[in-house]
Design a binder for this molecule. Sequence first.
Ligand SMILES: NC(=O)c1ccc[n+]([C@@H]2O[C@H](COP(=O)([O-])OP(=O)(O)OC[C@H]3O[C@@H](n4cnc5c(N)ncnc54)[C@H](O)[C@@H]3O)[C@@H](O)[C@H]2O)c1
Ligand SMILES: [Zn+2]
Length: 387
Amino acid sequence: MSEFSHIEYPIQIPYHLRVYFTQSAFDVGNPLFRDLACSRESGNRRKALFYVDEAVAAANPNLATQISAYFDHYSEELRLMGVEILPGGESLKNDNGRLNRIYADIENRKICRHSYIVAIGGGALLDTVGFAAATAHRGIRHFRFPTTTLGQADAGVGVKNGVNFNRKKNFVGAFAPPFAVVNDFSFLKTLPEVHLRNGYIEAIKVALIRDASFFDWIEANVDALNAFEPEAMQSLIHRCAEHHVAHIATSGDPFEMGSVRPLDFGHWAAHKLEQLSEFALTHGEAVAIGIAIDTLYSQEMGYLSASSAERILALLQKLKFEIYSDHLERRNGSRFPYVLEGLEEFREHLGGLLTITLLKRIGSRFEVHEIDTDVVLRAMKRLKNLS
Ligand SMILES: NC(=O)c1ccc[n+]([C@@H]2O[C@H](COP(=O)([O-])OP(=O)(O)OC[C@H]3O[C@@H](n4cnc5c(N)ncnc54)[C@H](O)[C@@H]3O)[C@@H](O)[C@H]2O)c1
Ligand SMILES: [Zn+2]
């Protein structure tokens, strides 16, 4: 007789990761949101509760009125339960009390599992509201409207959300594919330059790990990207989002149960740098430095050619990213700078073996499970001299 018995059924849940590209989504002439919201089985009018990034609301003072007019226009099918404004940026993810207030709104507005939560804002707002939506009532369908280049190209089009805890990035979060993502390019018109630029870094990242011809395209379009020409930006966002979504859907590990996370190339140092700078460095700025470190590390270890490393650093600098920060030098009394703690925190966050993505060519990556900290220090020193 066996020592245990067990019952087992496979459960397969089909998810669809859908990203739409449009302009002026809440113009009554644009039926996209209505069509998506009403695409499920028919029933009562669809309730929706909106959360809008404060900076987006300030830059688009008519947005709440426009959303309200949109719902009036489609009042037979849609019901607006409120438009709430939340502060944007990383401070939102650091303010854990904010989550309770979102849960209270959801309770008070009687948002149920058949309703929608709609988040309009930067990656930080999408991460926070997405987490609240994923956990209230054990999951409410949510729409994401990323309003930054980084959000439209990367942060907003994935399946992850989360908030910081004790200033540790994304310590609390969930994997919860959004009901749909709508990239409305018209929101980018009011985005400050530093944030317009930040999205470029995730495009460079995805090009480095997956697509050499995309890297060539970014190089060839540097001037248009530096001038923030809408056509170039939209192409970059579209291609980056496509890679991001394709990776999640086809890598075989959408919820990151394994240890390999190529989309986090350059991120082990970046997350620590954001924290060390008290979030004065934006995610994009920190990732640029993280990519520069892992590029030179790849070269120092003999995996990547010197000419490829030079090309990568040159592109970062042509797109006006800093490749070094004084925060890299801050030390905890020993000869090792704090930033190296990022390696262990990265491993802890993933669990299991330390797994770091490196480059063997532009467009081609591989993983290592050990990092030689002396070589990292050497790479950082070279970046200081180059910057
Ligand atoms: N979930 C994921 O898979 C994922 C992936 C990458 C990054 N992220 C997270 O995303 C966050 C970074 O996102 P981000 O780069 O979008 O920055 P952000 O959310 O911090 O927004 C940047 C600033 O721009 C303002 N803003 C946003 N849209 C605007 C607009 N259209 N006009 C004017 N101002 C606007 C915001 O209020 C904020 O002050 C980080 O917390 C990062 O960890 C998440
Ligand atoms: Zn990132």
